[in-house]
Design a protein around this ligand. Structure first.
Ligand code: 6PG
Length: 272
C-alpha cells in the first residue's frame, strides 16, 4: 500500500513521524513523500512517474532530459526500466541521458557511475548513442565541457523550459547527494551548473557533479532512499535543524519544479 503525503517542513511542529505497517505515513520532508513497504513496490511507483514525465515532455518539447545518479540504491530501478513491460512506453529514442555526477576515474573503471548506468540502460534501451552523455571525468575541463554540452542540448527550448526534466538523486549516510559532500564550498555555488570537486571523505575524492542551481531548476527531482542503514539520516532530516553545510541534501529544493521522496519502510525506521 502506498500513501502520499504532501507537506512543507514546519519549524513549530517537530513531532516524530510514525510509520505503521497499515498506514505507511512518511516523515515530514519538504515536497511529497511516497512510502512503500518494499523496495519493489517503491520502484513500481517511481518507474511509473519517470515514464509519465518522459511521455509528457516528449509530447511538449520533442525530447526528455533525464539525469541519473550512481550508487547501489537505484540499480533495481535501472534494471526495472529495461525489463518491465509497463516501462515500454519510455520514449528512449527521444531521451537524453545525463549523469548527475561521476567519479574521476576512466569510463571503464568499476567505480564509474557511467559504466554501471551504461551497462544497464545505455546498451539495452535503444537510446541513440549521441544522446548518452558521459562526463569525461578524467579531463581537467570536465565540468565546463559538461556545462556547455547541457546548455547546448537544452538551448532549443524556450526560456524557463531549458532545464532538466527528471533528476534522480540518492543520499549517502552522511547526508550527501550527487557529489555534494558536507562542508564543501560547492554547496554554495550559484553560477556554475557543473563543478569538479575534491571531497576528502569520498572514495575516490575527485568527482564531477551537477550543482544545486541545475538540480533545483529541474521539472522533477526524485530522491530514492531505501534500507535501514539510511533511517537515522532520514530521521535527522525530518526532525533536525542542520544546515546545508552539515547535510547537503537539505539544499535540494526545486524552484519551479516538484520534489518527491521515494522511501521504503526500512528507510523510515520500520523494518519487518
Ligand atoms: C555516487 C552518487 C551518490 C549516491 C549516494 C548514495 O556517485 O555515489 O551519485 O550521490 O547517490 O552516495 O549511494 P548508495 O545508493 O550507494 O547508498
Amino acid at each position: 500500500m502506498i500513501q502520499r503525503r504532501s507537506n512543507l517542513p514546519k519549524a513549530d511542529d517537530p513531532k516524530e513521524y510514525n510509520l505503521e505497517e497499515s498506514t505507511l505515513v512518511g516523515p515530514p520532508l519538504p515536497g511529497e513523500v511516497i512510502v512503500s513497504k518494499t523496495v519493489d513496490q517503491l520502484i513500481d511507483v517511481l518507474a511509473a512517474e519517470l515514464v509519465a514525465t518522459a511521455v509528457i515532455c516528449v509530447r511538449k518539447f520533442g525530447d526528455f532530459h533525464l539525469a541519473l545518479s550512481g550508487g547501489n540504491t537505484p540499480q533495481p530501478l535501472y534494471e526495472r526500466l529495461m525489463y518491465d513491460p509497463n516501462c515500454r512506453n519510455l520514449p528512449w529514442a527521444h531521451t537524453h541521458l545525463w549523469l548527475v555526477d561521476d567519479r574521476c576515474v576512466p569510463l571503464d573503471d568499476d567505480r564509474s557511475n557511467f559504466k554501471m548506468i551504461n551497462e544497464t540502460i545505455g546498451t539495452h534501451s535503444g537510446i541513440p548513442a549521441e544522446q548518452v552523455h558521459p562526463i569525461a571525468a578524467m579531463s581537467e575541463t570536465a565540468d565546463t565541457d559538461y556545462e556547455s554540452q547541457l546548455r547546448q542540448a537544452l538551448q532549443h527550448r524556450e526560456a524557463g523550459e531549458d532545464r532538466l526534466d527528471f533528476v534522480l538523486l540518492g543520499m549517502g549516510h552522511d547526508g550527501h547527494t550527487a557529489s555534494l559532500f558536507p562542508q564543501q564550498e560547492v554547496l554554495h555555488e550559484r553560477v556554475h551548473i557543473v563543478r569538479r570537486v575534491e571531497a576528502e571523505q569520498a572514495d575516490p575524492p575527485w568527482r564531477v557533479t551537477m550543482t544545486f542551481p541545475l538540480i533545483n531548476a529541474a521539472r522533477m527531482v526524485s530522491v530514492l532512499v531505501t534500507g535501514s542503514a539510511k533511517a537515522p539520516m532520514i530521521q535527522r532530516l525530518a526532525s533536525g535543524h542542520e544546515t546545508v553545510d552539515e547535510l547537503p541534501i537539505k539544499g535540494v529544493l526545486p524552484v519551479q519544479g516538484e520534489l518527491k521522496w521515494f522511501l521504503d519502510a526500512e528507510a523510515c525506521g520500520h523494518g519487518d
